[in-house]
Design a protein around this ligand. Structure first.
Ligand code: PGA
Length: 244
């Protein structure tokens, strides 16, 4: 299975989102074996899920709280994401880890909460440039995946996103991607041993239609989590076609 997910981050307002969806649908033909998702900001979830879910496109939250409800000003819960039309939720994006203090301990709880509300978690992991330069990449990835020992197996997608490649135009080299994805696969096999769950591993970080075909040729790269290039419906449609 191939997967392509648009991460809009904190971009677009309702009219732009509506015209993105119309434009994408004009260039998009669903294909068996390719899952397409969009992760809009919370305010656009209802609009985007209303337009996209009937066409078989998944909608993801960009984050979700572990508690179902309560006094958590500014947060959105998993049942609220479901209510807004989501079938999945991005968890542990490096921007959440870096700017909002997201911890591995919190992420373990969020994954369990997502499962409880029937949402597919898309867990993001990746090393910083300092960590890569210090030769710690695989150690960092192993640490970030160690929360799966606590959650146990379940439906999951993982995105390998080297922090230094996000929004920088500097994509990881094929060999770096190959090594990281092979390691992630081995860790997933260990954590999910004997379970029925097949976890696709996406690559993220400056994915464009120019770089995506090469990435898709790397073993264990099941697709992409796309930021910048996903704001242009024609480029995003092209990425979906390349994956199909
Ligand atoms: P980018 O973002 O494609 O703009 O590098 C990817 C991401 O943050 O998920």
């Amino acid at each position: 299975m191939r997967c392509v997910v648009a991460n809009w981050k904190m971009n677009l307002a309702s009219e732009e989102a509506r015209s993105f969806c119309e434009d994408l649908l004009a260039h998009f033909t669903p294909s068996a074996g390719t899952e397409v998702g969009i992760a809009p900001p919370f305010t656009l979830l209802h609009l985007v899920s209303g337009l996209m879910r009937p066409k078989g496109i998944m909608v993801f939250g960009q984050n979700g709280h572990a508690e179902a409800k309560g006094a958590f000003t500014g947060e959105v819960s998993m049942p609220q994401l479901r209510d807004a039309g989501c079938s999945g939720v991005i968890l542990g994006h490096s921007e959440r880890r870096q700017f909002f203090g997201e911890t591995d301990a919190a992420l373990a709880k969020k994954i369990k909460a997502a499962w409880q509300w029937d949402l597919l978690p898309l867990l993001c992991i990746g090393e910083t440039l300092d960590q890569r330069d210090a030769g710690q990449t695989l150690q960092v990835l192993g640490q970030q995946l160690s929360i799966l020992a606590e959650t146990g197996p379940g439906p999951l997608w993982v995105a390998y996103e080297p922090v230094w490649a996000i929004g920088t135009g500097r994509r990881a080299e094929a060999e770096q991607v190959r090594e990281a994805h092979a390691f992630i696969r081995a860790e997933l096999n260990r954590h999910f041993a004997g379970s029925e769950y097949q976890v696709p591993i996406l690559y993220g970080g400056s994915v464009t239609p120019e770089s995506f075909p090469e990435l898709l040729g790397i073993p264990e790269v099941a697709g992409g989590l796309v930021g910048g290039a996903s704001l242009d419906p024609k480029k995003f449609a092209q990425l979906v076609k390349q994956a199909s």
